[in-house]
Ligand binder design. Structure first.
Ligand code: GDP
Length: 197
């Protein structure tokens, strides 16, 4: 299904502007600058639809994209953006939480974690929320090209150890690099199973 055309559907800054629930949804979440836009671009090979930026925190709305007529990819605003004003940051976080906890067509959240930094407190907050709302999620380790293989393996083990009793976590953890393409076909195959179910 990742060969289908990626089409922008809507940008929502409040829950009442979420589009109707027509397709199964897969959402992408993570801290600002984790490599989310780059990954959506690389996965769909449709550069430019989900724009990337070096400015953390630029993507402030929840962006919905349809992929053919079977799947909706959702780009959640990055959290943990240090320079945002407190009330702005809280608004984004509330919006993400509301989406994740209440969206009925949401099949899976891909929680992107920077291979260099591992899980941070804001990631853990979202994980707690997904656990309590029984939202299925998967950890995607990004920017794996910047770490030597041994450090990468240690990082993956560390994360799985921290999350070992988490019931909504889908295994295995997937390691990707949008830069060199590592792990992308693996991730595509894993997400395609959501559609074929
Ligand atoms: P977003 O804020 O999560 O959407 O992150 P972006 O996709 O805009 O990427 C943030 C920064 O990380 C940019 O400077 C990207 O070039 C860089 N980046 C994204 N993916 C990778 C990757 O796989 N490897 C490396 N080395 N850098 C990446």
């Amino acid at each position: 299904c990742f060969k289908q055309k990626l089409t922008f559907i809507a940008a929502a800054k409040i829950a009442s502007s979420f589009p109707p629930t027509r397709y199964a949804e897969i959402a992408f979440a993570g801290r600002s600058n984790v490599g989310k836009s780059s990954l959506i671009n690389a996965l769909t090979r449709q550069w430019g639809v989900a724009r990337t930026s070096d400015k953390p925190g630029l993507t402030q709305a929840i962006n919905f994209f349809s992929l053919g007529n079977e799947l909706c990819l959702v780009d959640l605003p990055g959290y943990g953006f240090a320079f945002a004003k407190d009330h702005v940051r809280e608004d984004w976080e509330e919006l993400v939480k509301e989406y994740v906890a209440s969206r009925s067509c949401l099949k899976r959240v891909c929680l992107l974690v920077d291979a260099k930094w591992g899980l941070r407190p804001k990631d853990q907050e979202l994980i707690q929320l997904m656990e309590s709302s029984r939202t299925r999620y998967q950890i995607i380790l990004t920017k794996t090209d910047i770490l030597p293989p041994l450090d990468l393996a240690r990082r993956a083990t560390q994360i799985l150890q921290i999350l070992k009793d988490h019931r909504s976590l889908i295994q295995p953890l997937i390691m990707v690099s949008s830069k060199n393409g590592a792990g992308l076909s693996n991730l595509r195959a894993s997400l395609a199973r959501v559609v074929s179910r």
